[in-house]
Design a binder for this molecule. Sequence first.
Ligand SMILES: [Cu+2]
Length: 196
Amino acid sequence: MAETETNPLRRPLPDGIVPEGEVTRTENRWIAIVLGMLGVMMAVIVVTGVTNALHPPSNVEIIDPTTLHLGGEFAESNLGTAAEPDGSVTVRLIAEQYNFVPECVRVPADTPVKFRLSSADVIHGFLLVGTNVNTMVVPGFVAEVRTSFNALGDYRMPCHEFCGVGHQGMWAHVNVVPKGRFPHLSTTERTSCVQQ
Ligand SMILES: [Cu+2]
């Protein structure tokens, strides 16, 4: 004789109620699947890290974030907009908690613009609304983005990677002026629109 028939406490479950044993089995199955997915993701992070296969989203160009300000391309006197011999301009910026240096850059309209950025501390983001410019700024790497502006005016430039408690205040501007109003710069001169 079956146990269920002799045990008065074992009454058949009402319709729609799943037996407890089956619930436990289903939960255990899901726990195993989730742990497996976590394991795969951890393995991908560790393997790509150990084999140096983690790539920042732009060009792979490394730089020492602890000595950015001491000399070389990202020294303070070299930041801002520089004119290139071919008529294009290069804008160099440092992203740091919680601002961009310089916080306002001026560029001519209808001209190829190359942005080069690096971070002095943590990961920041660089986004120009309404353009193709959208990149992460990862410490240890130079982020490079090329664009050109055909509409004049001020483009707001928010940091779009959460970088700490002051993140929401991390904004800068790109000021696009007509070609004729952009100053003629020698090879060593830099310009910005930061008010002194
Ligand atoms: Cu930031």
